[in-house]
Design a binder for this molecule. Structure first.
Ligand SMILES: [Zn+2]
Length: 339
């Protein structure tokens, strides 16, 4: 019997199994009720009394050895299967498609970055607005055409809930809740009730800037505009201001830049004038400051606003406004990769 125990010990030491069912078969072979070790325990009663102590000890050692060995095999199997699940670093990589930034985002980021260097911080507000923030606080007359259903998407007529027609509503919201100095830039989407064509859309994007403080003058506005034009369109860019009218600024102006396609000589893009209109601006009307709780005897300010699509067209010569919202990948992939 001792011989048999020793033979089994050697056998168990040499056991190998790489699959769960193989290990289970070994467990049955040695440790089940009819397994070899159990049979030895059955034979134990036939061992001579004087040898019982020695044989008993060996038998218990054998059983423990078999249990340990089977558990060891199971543990190896578990850790191996975990390793198999890890990524195979030697495999050829899948091609990774890097997306591109939308041209509107590229230009918006660039505008915000340029004004960021002048100390402007970004402010945002809701796209669903009320009459007060979009029109009344901004000095729009009761009968102003922008308040008409023809131009504005109203969600509810009374109380007046509408999709904002410009980002100036964000300026109102900031001025209502803070006191000067205020130096903000407001990028965002705006909505107007227009027929969709190559040159007009029912939604587009704006960036507006607002600076309110003591002694802010028209000269400050002009300097900021010149800085922006040169940073955006190149150091040779010239600007010109033409008198204009907006309800919320007085005086108001529209700014042209020298045509960056022909360098001011005249081409079909600038309609042979050498100039291209890019934004509206002016000194904040005192009525607007007062409506927002800012003392217009102490503070003055300037505001300016531009359509991002317009600037993008100038920079990338996109002929059709609809391209920006059609999600045509052939168009979008022409722009810089997102990193
Ligand atoms: Zn031109």
């Amino acid at each position: 019997m001792i011989d048999k125990i020793n033979r089994l010990k050697a056998e168990i030491d040499a056991l190998k199994a790489s699959k769960a069912d193989e290990i289970e078969a070994l467990r049955i072979k040695y440790l089940s009720k009819k397994g070899e070790i159990s049979l030895l325990f059955n034979d134990f009663r036939n061992v001579a009394a004087e040898n019982k102590k020695e044989v008993g000890k060996l038998l218990n050692e054998l059983k423990e050895k078999a249990l340990n060995r089977i558990n060891e095999l199971k543990e190896n199997l578990d850790s191996n299967s975990q390793e198999n699940n890890l990524i195979d670093l030697t495999r050829t990589a899948y091609p990774v498609n890097v997306g591109t930034r939308h041209p509107i985002s590229l230009v918006k980021n660039e505008i915000c970055e340029i004004f960021g260097r002048l100390g402007f911080s970004i402010a945002e507000g809701p796209e669903i607005e009320d009459d007060w923030h979009v029109f009344s606080s901004l000095n729009f007359a009761e009968d102003h055409p922008a308040r008409d259903m023809q131009d504005t998407f109203f969600i509810q007529r009374s109380p007046d809930i509408l999709l904002r027609t410009h980002t100036s509503s964000v300026q109102t919201r900031v001025m209502e809740h803070s006191q000067p100095p205020i130096r903000i830039i407001c990028p965002g989407r705006v909505y107007r009730n227009e027929a969709i064509s190559a040159r007009a859309h029912c939604f587009f994007h704006q960036v507006e800037a607002l600076y309110v403080d003591k002694n802010v003058s028209f000269a400050d506005l002009k300097q900021a505009l010149l800085f922006f034009a040169k940073e955006m369109f190149g150091p040779d860019t010239k600007i010109r201001l033409r008198p204009s009218y907006f309800p919320f600024t007085e005086p108001s102006a529209e700014m042209d830049i020298s045509c960056n396609l022909c360098g001011g000589k005249g081409c079909s893009f600038c309609k042979h004038t050498g100039w291209v209109e890019i934004l509206g601006c002016g000194m904040v009307d005192p009525n607007v400051l007062e409506a927002c709780g800012i003392d217009s005897k102490i503070y003055t300010g300037y505001a300016l606003g531009m359509g991002i699509e317009r600037i993008t067209n100038l920079k990338y010569q996109v002929k059709d406004l609809r391209m920006f919202s059609e999600n045509d990948q052939r168009f979008l992939e022409e722009f810089e990769s997102a990193h």
